[in-house]
Design a protein around this ligand. Structure first.
Ligand code: SF4
Length: 371
């Protein structure tokens, strides 16, 4: 354990980031995974400070600050992410730093609503968690892979910490020192290397840092403190592979999607409601209803999307997707919740695609009925 004052340890972290940035053996672009949570904020902060300490003529490596929008992100978390990334963008421009601020999203035909309401996928649960890969892993991985195609490789800078969770620690230990450098090969993206500059910080260290040093892009980290206080705890970190995905949609990930039916109870929105933000009540009620109707046989089709009746090994019938009628009911309720809430919960493009999928499914059903 490092007992030195936090300011000294912070200096070491920034120096380490600076040396790594200037390293010529691994001169690939950096992609900083930025969820807006405490850990990735500290990492972005360190990268920012390191770049500021390097003369402009030597700032040759491009840095991307990349956040992902699942399109069902908790609205308060999204508002925070929007305001911080806008500040970062402004500071990057003003200071002439070689940084790009980017936002990734799932493909339109893979969003939570298009799959649930358009195709009738049953609300995700721990056995059938179809969402993490499509909403989180694929969008960020595509961004990384595009950079690997353009530059031969890419270095992903993550706010992973050894003490964060047992599962993450196992992942960290598994890939330690793979290349005899500060970098580790990514477990599933060829050409991606991981750099983890705050690996040894504890949660208390992270809060102490955020409380001690103002954000280098302007403003303070006060809103972040408030967000955590109201959400009562943990965060949904940047998820890049299935190895790390168990942290998503568990009781530890209170900053996940507001629609998350994998968790038993939504803790983050409930935390915001408990701290006086009553506008989120209809969202929590809607999410709870999605959990309740999941296994209602009247709302599920007997056959699966491939047109077949399916049974598991014990002979138990596995129901198919939500019926078109149930999907209509879900969309109607969602639009009602959206108007009560007064903020966008589903986009027009998603609604249009949902109608297209319904039309296709109805056509297919009519075709089957006429056989
Ligand atoms: S937070 Fe929940 S709904 Fe969102 S991707 Fe993770 S498991 Fe799926």
């Amino acid at each position: 354990m490092d007992d030195r004052p936090i300011a000294d340890r912070w200096q070491d972290i920034v120096q380490h980031v600076k040396e790594e940035y200037l390293s010529e053996t691994q001169a690939y672009p950096w992609i900083v995974g930025f969820s807006g949570g405490k850990d990735s904020t500290v990492v972005a902060h360190a990268v920012f400070e390191a770049l500021l300490s390097i003369p402009p003529s030597r700032r040759n490596r491009p840095v991307h600050i990349v956040s992902n929008d699942t399109m069902v992100e908790s609205p308060l978390v999204m508002a925070h992410l929007d305001s911080v990334t806008t500040l970062i963008e402004g500071a990057v421009e003003g200071l002439g730093l070689p940084m790009t601020v980017a936002r990734t999203k799932p493909d339109l035909d893979k969003t939570f609503w298009v799959l649930l309401i358009g195709k009738g996928y049953p609300s995700p649960n721990s056995q059938m968690r179809w969402c993490t890969d499509r909403l989180k892993i694929q969008p960020t991985s595509t961004y990384i892979k595009d950079n690997i195609s353009a530059h031969g490789a890419a270095i992903v800078v993550l706010g992973v910490r050894r003490t964060e969770s047992i599962r993450r620690m196992q992942t960290v230990n598994k890939y330690e020192n793979l290349r005899g450098s500060n970098l580790n090969e990514h477990s599933s993206i060829a050409g991606a290397y991981i750099f983890r500059p705050i690996l040894e910080l504890s949660t208390d260290d992270v809060w102490e840092l955020l409380g001690s040093f103002p954000a280098p892009w302007g403003g303070t980290h006060t809103k972040l403190f408030q967000l955590y206080r109201d959400a009562e705890g943990g965060e949904c970190p940047v998820v890049l592979s299935k190895d790390e995905a168990p942290g998503c949609g568990t009781k530890n990930s209170r900053f996940g999607c507001w629609t998350c039916t994998v968790v038993e109870k939504d803790k983050s929105l409930q935390g915001f409601i408990d701290s006086g933000q009553h506008a989120y009540k209809p969202l929590v009620a809607f999410r709870d209803w999605l959990v309740d109707i999941r296994n209602d046989p009247a709302r599920r089709s007997a056959i699966r999307r491939n047109g077949r009746l399916t049974f598991d090994l014990s002979g138990k019938h596995i129901p198919g997707p939500f019926t078109i009628q149930a999907r209509r009911e879900i969309l109607e309720r969602l639009l009602q919740v959206q108007s009560e809430f007064g903020g966008q919960l589903i986009t027009d493009d998603e609604v249009n695609l949902i109608h297209k999928f319904w039309a296709m499914d109805l056509q297919q059903q009519e075709g089957l009925a006429n056989v």
